[in-house]
Design a protein around this ligand. Structure first.
Ligand code: GLU
Length: 472
């Protein structure tokens, strides 16, 4: 059997980290099994439609490195992967359910439904449609459908629903707890449940892998498959994503949009690696995986039941790892837009690369590197306090000595610069803080920071002398 899976987001305007995990697991499963991954845009909720959301989504996946075998970007047939453009298909299918009595029209007004719910709430009963319209005769219903606004509901049979989920195993739900779900809305659009099932079937989806929040909807889906006489796909519900306090991951406790993490300077490989481990774990305790390695390692069997905690500290730590381990040139390239936005002239490649190498050792994200790059590129701003220190006799002696020594030749290596420190003390008598603080302040704008030889290496001897001379 050839495997086909799908990622079926509603276009909200951003990619939720939970969505990234669902897409990634589907991608990995398809890769490993030699199957196909479909991207389907579930845009049947007209009130929540966000213009251009799918382009944004596709470009985020491009940045992350996840590709789809089928979807809006490859489709020759216009709109095939947008549910809003498949209305005829849903209409034909709802007709089948109406004909065989698995669905019925409901003419209840919003006010009536609210009254029913209020009463159920009052009586502490399950909130469920009271089947008021189920008693209307088929003929009368047909007639009223021509002129009255209505929805189409599925008729939940009396038997309990039992199905298997690969992660949850046997799931059994009492039919009395399942609502006669609306399948088609008054506006003629299908609901998520109906369109989702019809499309999964028509698109040949063999495995439905999605977040656990959809588990309660699955009995309705299973029934729809049964109504149509279709074979069930395999269901795989991924564990919930949790905040560190074990509440459901929410916007309130931090970013949930993948785009925000990318904008903040998290690397795509970090996000892939981090998200892969939110609910799945490898055979050993290995922590770092490239996308390629995950493609080989991933297995559905190792998906856990327990919720997975989204630990931002771990994300930072992991990003720091990739920031330092990846090729210097690659990190430099990725930092380019941040530094050019800050107006820095990075045409001196040697200087730029050594500034990047220094910065990436000190922080965990691309954006945070900027603060460690700026001092090498901008004119330094000295406070009154700074100037007092720099103008002190001992400081002036040191700065003058270094300026003269460095000017005496053009090529300096680290060892020579280190020995210049010793020489300074011998010649000027200045040592310790009195020596290092003014030097670092003069070159880097702060008494704390990288070692003097490293600062000089990054600045270059010429710029170093310039900075010293300005203070004499
Ligand atoms: N459109 C649903 C969502 O936004 C898809 C859920 C599913 O995969 O069935 O997550």
């Amino acid at each position: 059997m050839s495997i086909k899976v799908r990622f079926a987001p509603s276009p909200t305007g951003y990619l939720h980290v939970g969505g990234l995990r669902t897409a990634l697991y589907n991608y990995l499963y398809a890769k490993k099994a030699g199957g196909k991954l479909v991207l389907r845009i579930e845009d049947t909720d007209q009130n929540r439609k966000v213009e251009g959301a799918e382009q944004l989504l596709i470009s985020t996946f491009e940045k992350i490195g996840i590709s789809f075998d089928e979807g809006p970007m490859q489709s020759g047939e216009d709109g095939h992967y947008f549910q809003s453009q498949r209305l005829d298909i849903y209409n034909n299918h709802i007709q089948l359910l109406l004909n065989n009595g698995n669905a019925y029209p409901c003419f209840c007004s919003a006010e009536r439904l609210e009254r029913v719910r209020d009463k159920q709430r009052e009586n502490k009963e399950t909130i469920i449609y009271d089947r008021h319209c189920l008693n209307i005769s088929k003929e009368a219903a047909k007639d009223r459908m021509k002129s009255e606004p209505h929805v189409i509901r599925m008729k939940i049979p009396d038997e309990d629903v039992v199905f298997y989920d690969v992660v949850r195993e046997k799931v059994s739900i009492k039919s009395s707890e399942i609502d006669d779900q609306v399948l088609m809305k008054t506006d003629g659009f299908p609901t998520y449940h109906f369109a989702n099932v019809v499309d999964d079937r028509l698109m040949g989806i063999t495995h439905v892998m999605r977040g656990e929040e959809w588990l309660p909807s699955t009995p309705k889906h299973v029934l729809l498959y049964q109504f149509f006489g279709w074979k069930l796909p395999k269901f795989i519900h991924l564990p919930l994503l949790l905040n560190p306090d074990k509440s459901k991951l929410s916007k309130r406790q931090g970013d949930v949009a993948v785009e925000d993490y990318l904008d903040k300077g998290y690397l795509p490989e970090t996000l892939i690696n981090f998200v892969a481990l939110l609910g799945w774990h490898p055979k050993n305790d290995r922590e770092f995986f490239t996308l390629k390695e995950l493609e080989e390692e991933f297995s559905i069997k190792r998906i856990q039941k327990a919720g997975a905690v989204f630990d931002i500290e771990k994300l930072k730590w992991m990003n720091g790892h990739y920031l330092r381990e990846n090729k210097l040139e690659e990190i430099a390239e990725k930092t380019r837009s941040v530094v050019t936005k800050a107006g820095l002239d990075i045409s001196d490649k040697r200087k730029y690369l050594s500034a990047i190498d220094n910065a990436r050792k000190r922080v965990d994200t691309i954006n945070d590197m900027l603060q460690h790059i700026l001092p090498f590129y901008q004119n330094l701003d000295f406070s009154k306090e700074d100037l007092k220190l720099l103008k002190k006799d001992s400081s002036q002696k040191v700065i003058n000595f270094w300026s003269e020594q460095l000017s005496s030749k053009s090529d300096w290596n680290e060892v020579e610069i280190k020995s210049l420190v010793k020489e300074t003390t011998t010649i000027t008598g200045v040592k310790g803080k009195d020596l290092f603080f003014p030097l670092r302040l003069a070159l880097f704008g702060s008494t704390q920071g990288p070692d003097i030889p490293l600062i000089i290496e990054i600045l270059g001897v010429e710029e170093t002398i310039k900075r010293f001379k300005m203070l004499l």
